[in-house]
Ligand binder design. Structure first.
Ligand code: ZN
Length: 137
């Protein structure tokens, strides 16, 4: 099941420069900052009720986020849908002809299982499926 918008990913050049807007101006709560080596990004989570903004700063010039910023500038990078049973969801989407960037989920920030759908199959929106560990706890 797709349950909610888990978070919206926003590509930024610098967390240090971007966070004051969200925290000081908008008054949102910074939940934490985490390094995700597999994606070569530093991630800051800003909590909004049940949902979050995920600010992504590249840690290396070959990071996918660095490439994104180079091509399109800073801004909204992806929308993450919170799902249950991510493997089943991916299997189901595949049988419906949706192109997947990740056939199998990988581990992202917060130990969540994540997988991206190909924008060619989603009307150019980069969609992430995201399954949090310890659901219901
Ligand atoms: Zn994300």
């Amino acid at each position: 099941m797709i349950e909610k918008i888990d978070h919206i990913g926003i590509a930024v050049k610098s967390l240090e420069l971007s966070l004051p807007f969200y925290v000081d101006v908008l008054g949102l709560e910074l939940e934490g900052i985490e390094q995700v080596d597999s994606e070569r990004v530093k991630v800051a989570f800003v909590k909004i009720g049940q949902s979050r903004l995920e600010l992504l700063e590249p840690t290396s010039s070959d990071s996918p986020i660095a490439t994104f910023i180079e091509k399109r500038g800073e801004g909204i990078h992806h929308v993450a849908l919170g799902v249950t049973s991510i493997e089943e969801r991916l299997e189901e989407l595949k049988t419906k002809g949706i192109r997947l960037i990740h056939e199998k989920p990988k581990i992202g920030a917060h130990e969540a299982k994540i997988a991206f759908l190909h924008p060619k199959s989603t009307g150019s929106v980069l969609l992430e499926l995201c399954e949090k560990p310890n659901k219901g706890v």
